[in-house]
Design a protein around this ligand. Structure first.
Ligand code: TRP
Length: 345
């Protein structure tokens, strides 16, 4: 064997993702589309998973509600299987470099670029009384990502434009201030098989902001409620259990939910349910969902019953995150021409 360098050979590429604390419970779509994926990614990556509490301030919300939802969101990460020993679980607002880097990036962002962001346009078109924070939301998101030299960012399709602006900003900073100032991240758009649709409007995705209560399964729903929602899911009149998202969106969605949770392939399910009615499929989907959700609910309840433990997890996560963030921020400060200044504290 040749000479080994001192550099750690186990260093894994970093990934980072976050969710806003905007609800009291995730729904099945968030869980299968995002969280399950985060859990799996812990194996190949050095993972940073945060609660985007600063982003949640962009819409007016009661302080008590934000506080509660921030705790619940963090606890849900852990209940789903994010391991705080391996991955940093933290609150965005606990690492002051997020808004600090945002300012530097905001000064590299053209007004026109922000004007073109579709999420802002959609929200203001719906009559939201927008504030400047909502307008600059994507710049804060770019800072979240770029602080950690993240190689990949697992997000849903709806975040694609935010990742593009993040890449543009990183490349611009590198061009203006030095080639290796920031790492340009790759998007990691979650694969379509885990896309869960609304139970009542299966042409639309299951979404906390647009789905009705009947259209989504909350991870906090009890077994009876889950079964009821699945039983009343919209299907179609042809009666055949077949995967065809174009013409049979409702039945296809039920097959996807079953398949992702049970690990049975869709062709296998089609074969097994051949000749049977939708009632049989719905009954089994309800069982599969209840079985998957029960252990999650147990772990979540235990975490929410022990606020000191959750505080410890978040403090440990913030400490790990701050180590990386402060290195990036020191580099950025120096590159853009800010004096090093005195060390406080
Ligand atoms: N905008 C993301 C969402 O609404 C949340 C988010 C904020 C995020 N900062 C991030 C996701 C950084 C990934 C990386 O879902």
């Amino acid at each position: 064997m040749g000479h080994m360098s001192d550099a750690p050979t186990t260093a894994q590429p970093r990934i980072l993702s976050g969710m806003q604390p905007t609800s009291d419970s995730l729904h099945l779509g968030n869980y299968l589309g995002a969280l399950v994926n985060w859990v799996g990614l812990q194996d190949g990556f050095d993972a940073y998973y945060f609660v985007a509490d600063l982003h949640a301030l962009t819409v007016p919300t009661d302080p008590e509600v934000i506080r509660r939802r921030t705790r619940v969101t963090a606890a849900q990460y852990v209940a789903a299987g994010v391991d705080p020993q391996r991955s940093a679980v933290f609150c965005q607002s606990h690492v002051a470099e997020h808004p600090e880097l945002m300012w530097v990036l905001a000064c590299q962002t053209a007004m026109g670029e922000m004007n073109r962001m579709t999420q802002f346009k959609d929200k203001t078109a719906k009559g939201h009384n927008a504030n400047v924070g909502l307008f600059t939301y994507p710049v804060l998101m770019a800072a979240d990502i770029l602080l950690y030299d993240a190689a990949k960012v697992p997000v849903g399709e709806d975040q694609r434009q935010h990742l593009e602006i993040t890449r543009d900003l990183a490349m611009r900073v590198n061009q203006r201030f030095g080639a290796d100032t920031l790492v340009v991240p790759e998007p990691h758009i979650v694969k379509a098989s885990a896309k869960i649709q609304d139970l009542q409007e299966p042409e639309a995705k299951m979404s906390g902001s647009t789905s009705s209560d009947k259209g989504m399964i909350l991870l906090s729903d009890d077994p009876k409620r889950i079964a009821k929602k699945i039983r009343s899911a919209v299907t179609d009149a042809d009666g055949e259990i077949r995967y065809d998202p174009e013409t049979k969106a409702g039945v296809s969605n039920l097959l996807v939910i079953h398949s992702v949770l049970s690990g049975t392939s869709i062709p296998q399910l089609e074969a097994r349910f051949s000749g049977q009615g939708y009632g049989a499929l719905k009954g089994e989907v309800a069982d599969v969902v209840v079985e998957a959700v029960a252990p999650f609910q147990e772990r979540l309840a235990a975490l929410l019953d022990d606020p000191a433990e959750l505080d410890r997890i978040l403090a440990g996560g913030a400490e790990r995150a701050a180590e990386v963030a402060s290195i990036t921020m020191t580099r950025v400060r120096e590159r853009v021409g800010l004096l090093a200044g005195a060390v406080r504290g």
